[in-house]
Design a protein around this ligand. Structure first.
Ligand SMILES: NC(=O)c1ccc[n+]([C@@H]2O[C@H](COP(=O)([O-])OP(=O)(O)OC[C@H]3O[C@@H](n4cnc5c(N)ncnc54)[C@H](OP(=O)(O)O)[C@@H]3O)[C@@H](O)[C@H]2O)c1
Length: 242
């Protein structure tokens, strides 16, 4: 297969997530220079590092940590074609029981970090035309999610931010789009009760989970020069009706 990402520099947050790992491996195979961030999954980060990606440990709730990362990343990478905001936190509970810290952490990782990191890395994104920003979102951001108002609000905010930044940054040829990967078998969904998992599968016309490998292939396509003139969109990788 023709490599699709030759000479592309890509940064993905949460490279250690299920989807992140699949994307990092595929982007490397397609010839990209790949940088990723991670938080707790040091062992997975080491494995990704051995395959040729450069990992940075980074707490996306910490502005000083993001600031220090932005400074050293700009020096090391010198260019950036694609920035992917994939890292996400969850801390589910009903609003009566939700501690304020859980609200702040989830909204911090899922919404404030994409704002802060995009803003700080704009000088690199402006150097390449077109460059691309992707936000990993969720159907929860459109339809809400029982027991996860923090997560749903953060993803809904991210969709609105995607559309706003697409309008602001189009003049500089920065394309900003969102990807809803659908309901994947991953650490995030493994925490859900069995009946919720079953219901999601039952509601799916194909009676299946979304496959992170397939989503990562689509992300490779979107990151490549095959996609050049689409911005402000949400791509739904769903087999369930929205
Ligand atoms: N799974 C699904 O069904 C589903 C559905 C819709 C949308 N999505 C979205 O798709 C994306 C990928 O999902 P996934 O299931 O593959 O994710 P995941 O396995 O739950 O992984 C979460 C990632 O976020 C990182 N992270 C968490 N807290 C962090 C913090 N404070 N600072 C920095 N990094 C932090 C984790 O790093 P460490 O592991 O290194 O700690 C990990 O790489 C997410 O944006 C998610 O919201 C997922």
């Amino acid at each position: 297969m023709e490599p699709l990402l030759k000479e592309k520099t890509i940064l993905i947050t949460g490279g250690t997530s299920q989807l992140g790992q699949a994307f990092v491996r595929k982007a490397l195979c397609h010839g990209a220079r790949v940088f990723f961030t991670y938080f707790r999954s040091g062992e997975i980060a080491q494995i990704l590092g051995k395959s040729g990606a450069r990992g940075y440990v980074l707490d996306l709730t910490s502005v000083p940590a993001m600031e220090a990362f932005a400074v050293s990343f700009q020096k090391e990478a010198e260019q950036l074609d694609v920035l992917i905001h994939n890292a996400a936190a969850t801390a589910d509970s009903l609003i009566e029981k939700m501690p304020e810290e859980d609200w702040d952490r989830v909204v911090g990782v899922n919404l404030k970090a994409p704002f802060y990191m995009t803003k700080r890395l704009l000088p690199l994104l402006f150097k390449k035309q077109p460059s691309k920003v992707f936000m990993l979102v969720s159907r929860a951001g459109l339809s809400g999610l029982y027991g996860a108002a923090n997560y749903a609000a953060s993803k809904g905010g991210l969709i609105a931010m995607t559309k706003s930044l697409a309008k602001e940054l189009g003049r500089k040829k920065v394309l900003v789009n969102a990807i809803n990967p659908g309901f994947m078998k991953a650490a995030m969904t493994a925490k859900l009760p069995e009946n919720v998992l079953k219901k999601n599968i039952q509601d799916s016309p194909l009676k299946t989970f979304s496959d992170p490998e397939e989503v990562a292939d689509f992300m490779v396509y979107l990151s490549s020069d095959l996609m050049r003139q689409v911005t402000g969109q949400v791509f739904h990788f769903e087999s369930r009706p929205l």
